[in-house]
Design a protein around this ligand. Structure first.
Ligand code: NAP
Length: 350
């Protein structure tokens, strides 16, 4: 039964510092009717991602922000429930950026079908979706790791970081991760195969911890956080090290940015290459990346963890959890029942 109305979250205000509940407004709207060439999707999972903080702000970025009063942007997986589109049938599972809402109409642009027999459909937002592709191309193409090298990853237990260390291991590297709790450090070393982990929140001497974990120095740094962690890493680099700048989450909610890393001398003396990237730089190669990631997930060479909250109404709080490091794995909101979820799912729900 398709209801007549559904819930949506609009952006109500641009946050100062960390977002708060009043920056979002939940509204009840009519469920839209698909026109010829369109289909209606019941959203099952909404992905929460750090980039959303940037979309809430009107600071200049690589894409325009969400306008005040518009539905919050977000990646989703859902089920087609009505279709007037020749390429999409009722029952198809699809992934696309359909936003923080329970139903959405799509023309199919930017939407892909998800094969529910390959893996849980939620993975299309994680290990087999945008974060997975970010880890894959960011490490392999930007970081260019070689067997025997040391790869350091920040936010190492997260959606992107959890995968980066595992790919580094598959390529014969030493993988060292930084994470914000002892449980996360245990997870990356005991379950994901990282060689060493550092709890950057509790260590009193990050330099000593990095020296201990990286006895031959650092060749590749996959940076998810920026700021002081990046500055500490810069003091341990080897000649011709590569920094793949993926994200700067430690800076996203600051009202005044940290001036770190402060010492460019490490770049000059060690001929370091620092390169930022956005996952869609590799859009032409997504198929190739997804094919290999799917193989690795299916044969168990790559593991992943999801952190699922139930109910669209919890999305603002869960976004804040993500931005403050209270997520443990890929942060998702289950907006409605998952038609394909098996009882043996490896995800944690809360
Ligand atoms: N370039 C691209 O195309 C692209 C695509 C996707 C994601 N990203 C970036 O990749 C990074 C990771 O994204 P994700 O989706 O995988 O998120 P995630 O790692 O699953 O979750 C974010 C994690 O960031 C860490 N964190 C939060 N505040 C921090 C702080 N002040 N200092 C250090 N760490 C902090 C927390 O882990 P701890 O508890 O370990 O601190 C938190 O769990 C983000 O920076 C994101 O913007 C970039």
């Amino acid at each position: 039964m398709i209801p007549r109305t559904h819930r949506q979250f609009q952006l109500a205000a641009r946050p100062e510092g960390y977002p708060k509940d009043s920056d979002f407004r939940m509204v009840e709207s009519p469920v839209p009717e698909p026109r010829p060439g369109e289909f209606l999707v019941r959203i099952v999972y909404l992905s929460l991602d750090p980039y959303m903080r940037g979309r809430m702000s009107d600071a200049r970025s690589y894409v325009p922000p969400v306008a005040l009063g518009d539905v919050m942007e977000g990646g989703t997986v859902g089920e087609v429930v009505r279709s007037s589109h020749p390429g999409f049938a009722v029952g198809d599972i699809v992934e696309g950026r359909l936003g923080w809402q329970e139903y959405a109409v799509s023309s199919g642009k930017g939407v892909r079908k998800v094969d529910a027999s390959v893996a849980p459909i939620s993975t299309a937002l994680g290990v087999l979706g945008m974060p997975g592709l970010t880890a894959y191309f960011g490490l392999l193409e930007v970081g260019q790791p070689k067997a025997g090298e040391t790869v350091v990853v920040s936010a190492a237990s997260g959606a992107v970081g959890g995968l980066v260390g595992q790919i580094a291991k598959l390529k014969g590297c030493r993988a060292v991760g930084l994470a914000g709790s002892d449980a996360k450090v245990r997870y990356i070393t005991e379950e994901l195969g990282y060689d060493a982990g550092i709890n950057y929140r509790t260590t009193d001497d990050l330099d000593a911890a990095l020296s201990g974990a990286c006895p031959t120095g650092i060749d590749v740094y996959f940076d998810n956080v920026g700021g002081r962690i990046t500055e500490a890493v810069s003091r341990h680099v080897n000649m011709f090290a590569r920094f793949a700048i993926c994200g700067l989450i430690s800076q996203y909610n600051l009202t005044e940015l940290e001036l770190a890393p402060r010492n460019e001398r490490f770049v000059l003396v060690n001929r370091v290459r620092i390169q930022g990237f956005l996952v869609f730089d590799f859009a032409a190669r997504y198929k190739e990346g997804l094919a290999e990631l799917t193989e690795w997930v299916q044969d168990g060479r790559v593991r992943y963890r999801e952190d699922i909250v139930d109910g669209l109404e919890r999305a603002p709080g869960a976004l804040l959890d993500l931005l403050q490091g209270r997520n443990f794995g890929k942060m998702l909101v289950r907006v409605g029942p998952d038609p394909a979820r098996s009882e043996t799912s490896r995800s944690t729900s809360r």
